[in-house]
Design a protein around this ligand. Structure first.
Ligand code: BGC
Length: 773
């Protein structure tokens, strides 16, 4: 990755200590400090991520008032966008957000958020993409590109392992190295390396006991050293406890500003010699360069195309809706005739985004009920609220019962019922986690009553985090997951229900049967300041698959009004690349979009635990009825690697891997096995390595066997025969060689161990020389 040249030394060196310290903290809540002497403009920041949360008067730094934002387009939040599995759309959305940002003088958008959904309970899951790092990085990376190609910076957040809201400002995510690398850092790594965000936001929490804002390993060694990050690290709002320690660890910008208080602390530390001024200079250098990036001429403020952006929000929402179930093709409904009872306050008062710092004041709002009525050419669409939402609470005592009565009456006199159910706004938000997955009892009771009078029920869900569908899904013939779809989502739902749009979204997270099945349960959200990630790499579908648990709807699942057949799966190896090809055919009678998922699993007999399958690629394609097309998805060797803590890096084990093509993680349509050569071992064998490790080592193995063979040839040594006995062999497998050496008649006597170790080193060096390494 190309590194930036440092700024001319004079630019930073010419600044006073006060100027330098002030550059490294905000000048207000949402503005950085400008510095004319360094040609660094002040940069206005705005949440983020699915639309702007504009301070009422942009440029003034705004206040931390989550409800006073000026209008901006509210695009589908990440939970919905992820269900489109469509990076191109995500890039377009980000481009539109960038245009609005530019028009308002905003230089950096605080997003995307690409944290992994470790638990379905996380209150902020609506703002995150997936339980899978590939989906998160493909969608999140596309947003970074969309913003930055239009000259607006992205702040990739919340780095790292910020997977819960409970105690989020203090909790330590205690996570082993392998899950940290394979699951929690993986999306960040991909986006940083490929899409080069201008900034990364350091999260509130700690990782393994060290606050992220003071975590040199995360902020410097891994982020910059390993991944080549060349932007600024800014703190989440209020995440810095010790400014000097944070600077030293690699945190460049403290947000929001502290009115100069912590700048003085930094200055004092420099003056006393407690902080090397070069550390401050480095942060200043990065911040100046960052600020200068925002003056890129590609930014051309123009009028905001409010209508165009609303239309885009709708087109995107069309692809985010997930059809979970559609027995006997109950959907789509006929817009031209019949009677439809629309039941549920959420049809009239939609939830279209989550709460907290990402809350956008929309430019307009499509209401599902209105959109359904607008699309019905002859169908008779009637409405009953059925239940109340907070804020729309009926005043008279007993009105809950009245609402329910009215709804049941309407349902019994209608041909079809469309029930809008979902989480009330107070159930999920930034700042706290949910404590259960259930819909409100008033809604599920109403559903049962409606089903009793009319079984032709379509349930449409509105929720930011998954809800439990198991208690009732068997009795409901059609189920639509509408997530939180942004300001134009009402239209998208109507289009899907009436068939103007063929649904094509798929789940980017598993819907479990019960909370208790979820892999992070019961260690979520931890206790007494520590959240132990006991499930390791087995997060989301990786965990459900490992335990072969039934789920309500699996990761990757989503139906269409048409059907797709997969065929001809093949894998070609081409150096570092595995080219996976297959053909997909639309076998139904409607045009539709299919999301083809490529999983890898294995190898058989792996030395470490491997998930049954892991998503390693996906592709989306539109097909007309009867149309067939070949698709190719490229995997790399790295996609087969695991992170070896012992060897301190990614490792491809040799062996036979499974490459699968699936319509979901539990609807695998084809599987091909490929033999892959492993990476050479970097382990330096010693007497502390076990017999199995010695025998599995490419150099040590053959050498040890030679010693054993020599011992066997020597009639006086009888203990060597132990290896021929399968039970003994297993018994000895985990015994370190230096212990075996002590056994009487060991083929390797203790005195010879050093000789053997040296011989391995020598042969390894010879091999390296031969390969010219
Ligand atoms: C949130 C960030 C957000 C910031 C600024 C914090 O509380 O965690 O996601 O960007 O506030 O509003």
């Amino acid at each position: 990755m190309p590194q930036q040249n440092p700024l001319p030394p004079s630019s930073v060196a010419a600044l006073s200590l006060a100027e330098k310290t002030s550059l490294t903290s905000g000048s207000g809540d949402f503005v950085t400090q400008g510095c004319a002497a360094a040609s660094a403009p002040a940069v206005v920041l705005s949440d983020g991520p699915h639309g702007l949360r504009l301070p009422k008067e942009s440029g003034d730094g705004g206040q931390l008032d989550l409800h006073s934002a000026a209008p901006a387009t509210c695009f589908p939040p990440a939970v919905a966008l992820a269900s489109s599995w469509n990076p191109e759309l995500a890039e377009q959305v980000a481009g539109a957000i960038a245009a609005e940002a530019t028009a308002h003088g905003v230089g950096l958008v605080l997003g995307p958020g690409i944290n992994i959904k470790r638990s379905p309970l996380c209150g902020r899951n609506f703002e995150y993409f997936s339980e899978d790092p590939l989906v998160s990085s493909e969608l999140g990376g596309a947003m970074v590109r969309g913003l930055q190609n239009a000259g607006v910076g992205a702040a990739l957040k919340h780095y790292a392992a910020n997977n819960q809201e409970t105690d989020r400002m203090r909790v330590s995510a205690d996570v082993d190295e392998r899950p940290l690398r394979e699951i929690y850092l993986r999306a960040f790594e991909r986006v940083v390396r490929r899409d080069r965000p201008w900034s990364v936001m350091a999260s509130y929490n700690g990782v393994n006991g060290v606050p992220v804002s003071e975590n040199a390993r995360l902020l410097t060694d891994i982020l910059r050293g390993e991944w080549g990050f060349d932007g600024i690290v800014m703190s989440d709002w209020g995440a810095v406890r010790d400014r000097v320690a944070a600077l030293r660890a690699g945190l460049d910008l403290q947000m929001p500003g502290t009115g100069g208080r912590t700048d003085l602390e930094v200055a004092a530390a420099v003056e006393s010699g407690a902080l090397d001024e070069a550390v401050l200079d480095l942060a200043v250098d990065r911040i100046v360069r960052f600020a200068q990036r925002t003056t890129d001429p590609v930014r051309s403020p123009g009028d905001i195309d409010v209508d165009g952006h609303h239309r885009l929000a709708g087109t995107v929402a069309d692809q985010c809706v997930v059809l979970l179930k559609n027995d006997a093709a109950l959907l789509p409904l006929d817009p031209a005739g019949g009677s439809v009872a629309v039941i549920g306050e959420l049809a009239r008062t939609p939830r279209f985004q989550g709460a907290g710092s990402s809350q956008v004041t929309p430019t307009r709002l499509d209401v599902p009920l209105d959109s359904l009525r607008a699309l019905a050419t002859g169908a008779d669409v009637r409405f009953a609220a059925g239940y109340a939402l907070a804020g729309t609470m009926p005043e008279a005592v007993g009105s809950e019962a009245r609402l329910s009565e009215e709804a049941v009456r309407l349902a019994s006199g209608s041909e079809t019922v469309v029930m809008f159910l979902g989480l009330p706004p107070q159930d999920e938000s930034e700042g706290f986690d949910r404590d259960h997955l259930d819909l409100p009892a008033a809604q599920t009771e109403l559903l049962e009553r409606v089903l009793a009078v009319n079984p032709r029920v379509v349930v449409v869900l509105s929720n930011g985090g998954v809800v439990r569908t198991a208690p009732w899904q068997e009795r409901v013939p059609a189920l639509v997951e509408g997530w939180l779809l942004g300001q134009a989502g009402g239209g998208a739902l109507a289009r899907v229900l009436f068939g103007a749009v063929n649904p094509s979204g798929k789940l980017a997270e598993t819907v479990p049967l019960r909370l208790e099945d979820s892999p992070s349960h019961p260690s979520f959200p931890g206790e007494e300041g520590r959240s132990r990630y006991g499930e390791g790499i087995f997060v989301g579908y990786r965990g459900y698959d490992a335990r072969r648990s039934e789920v309500a709807f699996p990761f990757g699942h989503g139906l269409s009004y048409t059907a797709f057949a997969y065929g001809g799966l093949r894998v070609e190896e081409d150096g570092e690349v595995l080219r996976v090809g297959l053909s997909v055919t639309n076998t139904g009678s409607r045009a539709g979009r299919e999301i083809v998922q490529i999983y890898a699993g294995g190898p058989a007999g792996s030395r470490v635990l491997r998930p049954v399958r892991e998503l390693r690629g996906f592709v989306t394609l539109f097909l007309d009825p009867g149309e067939s097309r070949d698709v190719v998805v490229e995997l790399t060797r790295h996609d087969l690697a695991y992170f070896s803590e012992r060897e301190g890096g990614w490792k491809v084990e040799g062996g036979r891997y499974r490459i699968e093509a699936g319509a979901s993680s539990r609807d695998i349509r084809g599987c091909v096995e490929v033999d892959v050569e492993g990476d050479p071992s970097t382990i330096r064998l010693t007497g502390r390595n076990t017999l199995a490790e010695w025998l599995g080592h490419p150099v040590g193995g053959p050498l040890l066997r030679e010693w054993f063979a020599r011992a066997r040839a020597d009639a006086s040594q009888e203990g060597q025969g132990a290896l021929a006995d399968p039970v003994m062999r297993r018994f000895l497998a985990d015994v370190p060689l230096d212990v075996i050496c002590e056994f009487p008649q060991s083929p390797v006597p203790p005195a010879s161990l050093g000789e053997l170790v040296d011989a391995v080193e020598a042969r390894t060096a010879e091999g390296r020389e031969r390969r010219g390494a």
